[in-house]
Ligand binder design. Sequence first.
Ligand code: CTP
Ligand code: MG
Length: 378
Amino acid sequence: MAQDLHVLIVAAGSGSRVGGDVPKQYRRHRGKPLLRWSVEGFARDERVTSLTVAIGEGQIERARDVLDGLDIAYVTGGATRRDSVRSGLEQLAEAGASGFVFIHDAARADVPDHVTAALLAALESAPGAIPALPVPDSMIRAADGAIVEREALRRVQTPQAFHFDAILAAHRDWPDGREASDDAQMLRAAGGEVALVAGDERLKKVTFEEDFIDQRGLPALRIGTGYDVHRLVRGEELWLCGVQIDHEFGLSGHSDADVALHAITDAVLGAIGAGDIGSHFPPGDPQWRGARSDRFLAHAVNLATEASYGIGNIDCTIICEAPRIGPLREAMRHSVARIIGADPARISIKATTTEGLGYTGRREAIAAQACVLLEQRN
Ligand code: CTP
Ligand code: MG
């Protein structure tokens, strides 16, 4: 019978080399949180007996969120990678684990089948096995430029595979306070042999900002357009770009009829392919009667954020004979900027008349059109 195969993924680091507020394992990489890639890969693998993820203190909610739907045991990691691995191994030991264990970095998204197959095969004759790659470039010592013989060097990756009892003992024997950059090194120090199998470039560790790839098959830039018209009537308030304007006519509509915000909202929704304002806020729905349109735009921008896009820039043209938009332009820009949480420099509000022609020319309505550029963000 095949040995049990436990998988321990360490995800308790702070990702300091990437920086930012969110540790790198929770950031999106090629369309999903980095951590989810490797965990999903192992969750699909029928050889795997159990899956444990070591996470940072206080990150259980975040981890559960990004690993939703997967059967995972969690353990709190420690200050160093070694501590995090140790915590995971001890939790597995308490649960009576035996057989084999793969120890893997959450920062490595793809785990090719040929690597796991080679590791398991190697464990038949050695207590440890690691994926390693040759070094293609010349290597020098930075201090003096001295050549380091690259033929002798290997780049070491994870998953690293071990007989469970052997790596647990090696971790327990390792002196406190001495750092270790990988687990194989500890097994070797304990006298255990470590086999090398062929690594794979796809196991590259996401380490720096530029390692993140956010393609999802979608463009880094997306564009959307929006257009809206509302009737001008007496006895209604006039709102444009979230600014209330003193005018003898106002716009009629189910909500506050802010035609400019509606056009911008539609442009944002259009850019992410998320329908139009009517599909999110049906005009017949009583809850939107008289609603301020800034909510609609904020909702659209939230959807864009969830889809990993931020506002690149917005250009909106208001089409009317009156009121005159020029004097209100700056207030409108700042209002839109406030609603979407962006720099006003990204926002342009323009106006034109239609020379007395058509319904805008006859002052029966105000129209607005908007164009929005979204940029992919991680
Ligand atoms: N790791 C961990 N516990 C730590 C430190 C690191 O579980 N105390 C994990 C990381 O989450 C990562 C793996 O070990 O999945 C490899 O570490 P690394 O790429 O260095 O990640 P970080 O330590 O988070 O990044 P940095 O070194 O840039 O701060
Ligand atoms: Mg680190």
